[in-house]
Design a protein around this ligand. Structure first.
Ligand SMILES: [Zn+2]
Ligand SMILES: [Zn+2]
Length: 408
């Protein structure tokens, strides 16, 4: 947060070099994480399998925070976040099939041998496939995932790989905290399991001293609403933007509760979904949140010492949507009626003016369905949460026409 007076520092190499020299290490290729092994954590506490470690987490807050390095891996269209602190490793998602060997190689380069916490946000291929390779390549201590099943081969392969490690997938409750490295993480979602698998994403808040990160998987607007209503602390320094910047997430209410100091979007260059979507880019820009993008910048890393964040590069602050023709789905009025607490802040840049030339059919999708609708209140839809987009966009995202309101 700005109140904490964070600043950019482009000195990672210098800092790392100094630290490495001080520690008497020869090379610095493995970055900040490697020199943490100089003072290893007591191995006993590191391997706690206890699912409710609230007290341990609180204890973590009171001691001086050490370094924690967060890597947003460039896995193309997908998500994978590696966190290293005091010799411990947390892996949140592993990217898709095409990135699987990259993810394993990247972890090896960082000196990872064991993964203390493997968190599968949800079981979509672009998140879970790379975890399977990591289960095979590394000694995994604990796997956390959402409590639902997916009727896909990739889900089955993942479960088989977890079982082969002699593990089961743990489903911690919202509010559960875990000691990790010099800090802790807390589960923020899912509060409930629904039909849409993105909405079941395990969302965590990672704390290191005064610094905090939100990892949101592909959480949707429903999940965001539940988090906002939960009373749990959502404010953070770094937001890993949900669902690759899709307009099905990262609504005003959530953003205004999180007020991140930085945002990171993980998506593939030229991805077929048009991620990140203009709505989300506009919101981030309107709030003046510096933006990192893996599609434009590759892997992005940041190190927290408990007070300050040191990034390995500057934010790109490129708020242009993934698809040039994306005019946004925010209607000029009506969608955000009374009841939605967050009123829209004034836009700094261009309003999403649907140009007169747009003859595209506008459709609405609900946050939890698989169909698109000709009106925002079809059936049991909540019009306040319906997302408007063109029929082409909806079809491109895999939605199908609703049999009730679409005559064709
Ligand atoms: Zn997903
Ligand atoms: Zn995804």
């Amino acid at each position: 947060m700005n109140k904490k007076g964070k600043r950019f520092a482009w000195l990672l190499r210098a800092v790392c070099l100094t630290a490495c020299l001080a520690a008497g290490l020869s090379g610095c290729g493995a970055r900040a994480g490697s020199h943490e092994t100089v003072q290893p954590v007591k191995s006993g506490s590191a391997q706690e399998q206890d699912i409710s470690t609230d007290s341990a987490a609180k204890a973590g807050e009171s001691r001086n925070a050490g370094d924690m390095t967060v890597h947003f891996l460039d896995v193309g269209q997908g998500l994978s976040i590696l966190v290293q602190s005091e010799g411990q490793t947390l892996l949140y998602d592993g990217g898709g099939r095409s990135a699987s060997s990259f993810t394993v190689a990247y972890l090896e380069r960082q000196g990872v041998a064991e993964i203390d916490y493997m968190i599968s946000s949800h079981y979509d291929e672009d998140h879970v496939a790379g975890l399977i390779g990591c289960l095979n390549a590394f000694d995994v201590r604990q796997v956390i995932g959402a409590d639902y099943e997916q009727d896909t081969k990739i889900y089955q392969s993942f479960m088989n790989a977890v079982e082969a490690e002699g593990l089961t997938v743990l489903h911690p409750a919202v509010g559960d905290s875990f000691d990790f490295g010099s800090g802790s993480f807390t589960v923020l979602a899912p509060a409930s399991i629904g039909e849409e698998d993105n909405g079941n994403s395990v969302v965590i808040r990672l704390d290191n001293g005064e610094n905090s990160f939100l990892f949101t998987g592909d959480a949707n607007l429903d999940s965001e609403a539940a988090m906002c209503a939960s009373g749990l602390e959502l404010s953070c320094d770094v937001l890993s933007v949900s669902h690759h910047g899709s307009a099905t997430a990262t609504g005003w209410d959530f953003l205004q509760a999180a007020v991140p100091e930085y945002a990171v979007v993980s998506c593939g260059a030229g991805n077929s979904y048009g991620h990140p979507h203009k709505d989300v880019c506009d919101r981030l820009e309107a709030m003046g949140i510096p933006l990192f993008r893996t599609d434009l910048q590759g892997t992005v890393t940041v190190t927290s010492d408990g007070t300050e964040l040191i990034w390995d590069q500057e934010p790109c602050n490129d708020y242009s949507p993934g698809e040039e023709g994306d005019t946004g789905t925010q209607p000029q009025s009506s969608k955000k009626e009374a009841g939605e607490s967050g009123q829209e802040p004034p836009k700094t840049g261009s309003e999403p003016q649907p140009s007169g030339a747009e003859q595209e059919n506008q459709v609405w999708i609900s946050v939890s369905g698989s169909k698109y609708h000709s009106r925002p209140d079809c059936g049991t839809m909540n019009p306040e949460h319906a997302v408007e987009m063109t029929e082409t966009e909806a079809a491109a995202q895999g939605y199908e026409p609703c049999g009730r309101c679409f005559p064709e």
